[in-house]
Write a protein that binds this ligand. Structure first.
Ligand code: ADP
Length: 292
């Protein structure tokens, strides 16, 4: 079986990826997944992407992606509008499942499990939470915003919920500002506070990964700084993947940076290398502001 796959892979490698039939692409993805480089430390990679393709109906939005996302790091996805960053982010917790006629091929793993085939979607979304561009608290109290998820997952005791609400708000660096307003509506607090409330809500189900889609683009500079400092704290316990159009933000916060263009990953690597010594001319042109 192994040998047969390897032969198919060798045939597949010599052909342009885009003209490979689906079965061959799948084989290539499966074999590529098994190729682990010796210097990789087990457990370090939390998301593994191999030969991944994604379509909205006839339109291919992601092409042949390969990427490892590491635990307890901040990974920034950068690139001009429309290049597929949000689409990729949404693939990580299957938010695209909600859009009709979407299709994904290739391998996408979370802790060694196939996100699209081996995981219950509720479990997946508990493990991989998401924070959006525009803060979106529920129209209910600050307290209930945080308690909402844990209640759905069966937590009922008041004391447990109280502790969890406090812990989540503390981790999102908003407890001190909001502890006397827990019964106020989540929509009544400032935009920056709402975004940290949404982060706290995501933390309340104890995820491994927090996805952030341009989380500061609707915020003022001070609120932005607070979120960036918070990200730095969060990565001690969680893995953060952030889409950002702000190059300074990527430079300031990210350990790893991934440059997307036209649905492809042009290059990825340590942020300082990508910013100071990019391998691809297009990366250099983008980060120096020549397009995008
Ligand atoms: P980015 O986040 O880099 O701005 P997106 O992932 O939003 O890019 O979009 C990538 C491509 O997919 C774009 O061409 C966009 O028009 C297209 N696209 C995004 N969402 C949808 C959708 N729901 N249906 C069809 N096409 C979409």
């Amino acid at each position: 079986m192994e040998q047969e796959l390897q032969e198919k892979f060798n045939q597949a490698k010599s052909v342009d990826q885009s003209v490979l039939p689906k079965a061959q692409r799948e084989v290539k993805a499966q074999v590529a997944l098994r190729e682990r480089s010796p210097e990789e430390i087990p457990g370090e990679t939390i998301i593994r992407v191999r030969e991944m393709n994604f379509w909205y109906d006839q339109f291919q939005a992601l092409k042949n992606l390969n990427l490892d996302i590491r635990e307890n790091e901040i990974t920034a996805l950068i690139g001009p509008s429309g290049c597929g960053k949000s689409t990729f982010l949404r693939c990580l917790n299957r938010m695209n499942d909600l859009i009709p006629k979407t299709r994904v091929e290739g391998a996408l793993e979370f802790k060694g499990r196939d996100i699209n085939r081996d995981m219950d979607i509720m479990v997946l979304r508990k493990q991989i939470g998401m924070v959006f561009q525009k803060p979106n608290p529920f129209d209910m109290s600050v307290y209930d915003n945080i308690a909402f998820g844990p209640r759905i997952h069966g937590m009922k005791k008041k004391q447990e919920l109280d502790e969890l609400v406090e812990r989540s708000l503390r981790k999102a660096a908003i407890w001190d500002e909001i502890k006397d307003r827990l019964q106020d509506n989540g929509l009544s607090i400032s935009g920056g506070q709402q975004q940290r409330l949404c982060i706290a809500r995501t933390l309340s189900t104890n995820p491994s990964i927090i996805l952030m889609d341009e989380p500061t683009s609707a915020l003022d500079p001070i609120s932005t700084q607070k979120i960036e400092e918070l990200m730095e704290e969060l990565k001690k316990e969680y893995t953060v993947v952030i889409v950002t159009h702000n190059m300074q933000q990527a430079g300031r916060t990210a350990d790893e940076t991934v440059f997307f263009l036209n649905g492809e990953i042009v290059e990825s690597g340590r942020t300082d290398k990508i910013f100071t010594n990019p391998l691809d001319k297009r990366t250099e042109e983008y980060i120096t502001g020549r397009f995008g």
